[in-house]
Design a binder for this molecule. Structure first.
Ligand SMILES: NC(=O)c1ccc[n+]([C@@H]2O[C@H](COP(=O)([O-])OP(=O)(O)OC[C@H]3O[C@@H](n4cnc5c(N)ncnc54)[C@H](OP(=O)(O)O)[C@@H]3O)[C@@H](O)[C@H]2O)c1
Length: 246
């Protein structure tokens, strides 16, 4: 565990109600961050997590916000500004999307997916200028997974926004991408042909296993505490080497 003190520093985790978000929040809390946790539909999961973390230290602030809307984004930003004038870290896990073939996607589906997964990240990062901002992306930003087109396209946009923001917000803020391989979560299991995809990736994985939420949390902690600001705009891939294998 890194020993750099982060007392009295605030971090925000969006998509904190996801299985991965819960683990990221636990790890950031463990290294001393005060937390603001965002979710949308599953506020109960966040309240339970806030109770768990609150029993060991400062209780995280829970914010429910629909990040597809201007109102939701404003509400999240206002909640953060009430707590801190200088946000130390932002980890962006909020994502949503319609899983269908491209031929079954409407303009509305695509726009909504982009708003939650990529657009709101840019507005919040540019508006708050945290010391470190991490956008969690997926291998589907570059590779094709069945019916993942809308989210894959939004993740590609997210990655492009990481690069633009890294240039625009330098030198005060560092902006990184974290590209993650398949993780067995309830959301991933909604992927078309999930079982097939999982079996294929397990067979190919040089590390012999899939990525876990704990792997993502460990990477976020490293990026927040150890990454040089000179690496701003770059990406860390945590996929057990799957993306390297033909
Ligand atoms: N699972 C994987 O294989 C995998 C691989 C690579 C990257 N990732 C990324 O890791 C993150 C979490 O993944 P997951 O599999 O655990 O997915 P998930 O459960 O679908 O997580 C999505 C998160 O985004 C929030 N969200 C959904 N719609 C929203 C909206 N309109 N406004 C604000 N927030 C909204 C959800 O909140 P509520 O549940 O409270 O509505 C949830 O916390 C995502 O960014 C995903 O792309 C996952």
């Amino acid at each position: 565990m890194p020993n750099r003190a982060v007392e009295d520093r605030w971090a925000v985790v969006t998509g904190a109600s996801s299985v991965i978000g819960l683990e990221v929040a636990r790890s950031l809390s463990e290294i001393g961050y005060s937390l603001i946790l965002q979710g949308a539909r599953h506020a109960n999961a966040l309240e339970l997590l806030a109770d768990e973390l609150g029993s060991r230290g400062r209780r995280p602030v829970v914010v429910r916000a629909n990040l597809a809307s201007e109102r939701g984004v404003d509400h999240l930003m206002a909640t953060i500004r009430e707590r801190t004038s200088h946000l130390d870290a932002l980890c962006w896990l909020a994502a949503a999307g319609v899983m269908r073939p491209v031929s079954a996607l409407s303009l509305h589906h695509l726009e909504w997916t982009f708003r939650v997964t990529a657009g709101s990240f840019a507005v919040v990062t540019a508006g708050l200028r945290p010391r470190v901002s991490i956008a969690v992306s997926s291998l589907g930003s570059q590779r094709i997974a069945p019916e993942y087109a809308a989210i894959g396209a939004a993740k590609s946009a997210l990655e492009t926004l990481v690069r633009y923001l890294a240039v625009e917000l330098a030198p005060a803020s560092s902006v990184f991408g974290l590209r993650v391989g398949l993780i067995d979560t309830p959301a991933a299991r909604r992927l078309s042909r999930y079982e097939e995809l999982e079996a294929l990736l397990r067979r190919r994985a040089p590390m012999g296993r899939l990525v876990t939420p704990e792997d993502v949390a460990a990477a976020v902690v490293t990026m927040v505490t150890e990454m040089s600001s000179m690496a701003s705009g770059s990406f860390l891939t945590v996929d057990g080497g799957v993306g390297l294998v033909l």
